[in-house]
Design a protein. Sequence first.
Length: 139
Amino acid sequence: MKSFRKELWFNTKERMEFINITGEVEKALFESGIKEGLCLVNAMHITASVFINDDESGLHQDYKKWLEKIAPHEPTSNYLHNRTGEDNGDAHLKRQIMGREVVVAVTNGRLDFGPWEQIFYGEFDGRRRKRVLIKIIGE
């Protein structure tokens, strides 16, 4: 069995952003040479997420509104975590909701997606450098 590892780095302009990383993951899969196996993609920061869904701007706006209702950024005093000097208690909760990682089957050298599926990096405490791990195993 072969193994391949690659990191993607991000520094978003906004506090909350969703970035389609499907193309970067497909590029990593091609670089790996693996034709059959599994591809793990995970956010390596506790205020960011990786998830699979449709690449539709209305859906992304709905996510942002929904997440802000569930865990609003302000007032920051609502979060005990922020007593540590941070202001990102909400970002930790948003990450928990959206998930840490995805695993996609690799078949015939391609990501084995269902209709409309794409991989996204979700940032909830942006404007600083963060990374995503791609780990591919198989033959």
